[in-house]
Design a protein around this ligand. Structure first.
Ligand code: ASP
Length: 344
């Protein structure tokens, strides 16, 4: 087999940050600094090239435009490389992973997103190990030469997770990510042990079909006891919104009172697409288990099943970006399109 060819897309994040001498706050720094701090990369017998954001950003500044830049970097170089590693801040990594999973149609090569909790220049950094493991996963091939991972995934510390199933779960633990409703794609210990059943197996060799357009005319609304009718109505009538991620209780439940159901139904009837996503970290919306969820389903709210908030939001933006109408967006929201939810 030839030496694996890997493209690193460096967007910023803590992994490449340094301390500002004046304020002591961490700020993004350039890629050469990052690579200078990981001399071990040279021990991997890979051909590695890079593309970097100018300037690199803290991922709290992430925007649709940046997703487009990442997808463009991968699409333009898709045939030249065996795998892609995206270095990214942890704060919005799960949103980016979800967005890329929808954007990169027909993907059959690894897109491994990683970052770190401590900057690469710090003695106890987790960045060095994360970068090296991400490169190894991006380069991993089966005996017949086909890539082991053929999807967008997040590598962090001991696990590889499906990108659009992941959530940032800790602001300081090295195992910062988790898929609460999907098994890990690989465990990282002495070796890298892949879960072949969990990995996606798309056909190999199809031309990539990237989609770059998003329509972010969406909002999220969190339910909580005490939510006021007039505030909810105001949110649902936000000028220009096309979609709402409604974060409900437990198995997808909301209040059963008339004021609530009427407000939701009126919004759906006006053409606003609403998806029901549970506030629980684990488990699924069950639209007919309790009256509270059943009423929402009857009002035309789509069940998000076990989708993450990040995937629901980016999927909606992606579907509206395709220019689909209300009916088609509603249909596709309830159907898995990139392994982001469990089929009913
Ligand atoms: N604020 C940083 C970012 O998301 C945090 C990190 O990278 O861990 O860019």
């Amino acid at each position: 087999m030839t030496r694996p060819r890997i493209l690193i897309v460096y967007t910023g994040g803590t992994i490449g940050m340094i301390e500002d001498p004046a304020t002591k706050a961490l700020k993004p720094f350039d890629f050469s600094h990052l690579m200078d701090n990981v001399p071990k990369v040279k021990m991997l017998d890979y051909e590695i090239d890079n593309i970097q954001f100018h300037p690199p950003i803290d991922s709290s500044d992430m925007d649709v435009r940046h997703w487009q830049m990442m997808a463009r970097s991968i699409a333009d170089n898709y045939d030249r490389y065996d795998g892609f590693v995206v270095l990214h801040g942890t704060d919005t990594m799960a949103y980016t992973a979800s967005a890329l999973s929808f954007m990169l149609g027909n993907l059959s090569k690894p897109v491994i997103i990683t970052g770190s909790q401590l900057p690469i220049g710090e003695v106890r950094t987790d960045g060095e190990e994360n970068l090296i493991t991400a490169l190894q996963i991006a380069a991993a091939r089966d005996e017949d030469g086909s890539p082991v991972v053929r999807e967008v995934a997040i590598l962090f510390e001991n696990y590889l997770w499906r990108g659009n199933r992941s959530t940032k779960r800790s602001a300081d633990n090295f195992n910062a990510f988790k898929s609460n409703n999907y098994p890990e794609l690989a465990k990282i210990g002495l070796g890298i042990t892949y879960d072949r059943d969990a990995l996606s197996k798309p056909a190999i060799g199809l031309p990539l079909e990237p989609h770059f357009d998003f329509d972010s005319s969406v909002i999220s609304i969190d339910l909580f006891p005490g939510l006021k009718a007039d505030i909810l109505r105001h949110q649902l009538a936000t000028p220009g919104i096309k979609g709402v991620v409604l974060r409900t209780y437990g198995a997808g439940n909301g209040p059963t009172q008339k004021w609530f159901i009427d407000a939701v139904r009126e919004a759906v009837d006006r053409g606003v697409v609403i998806i029901n996503v549970t506030q629980c970290v684990n488990g699924s919306v069950q639209p007919h288990r309790y009256m509270g969820a059943d009423y929402l389903a009857a009002a035309g709210v789509v069940s998000g099943q076990d989708i993450t908030f990040e995937a629901a939001l980016t999927k909606m933006m992606y579907l509206f970006g395709l220019g689909l109408d209300h009916k088609e967006v509603t249909r596709l929201l309830g159907t898995p399109i990139a392994g982001e939810m469990t089929a009913n």
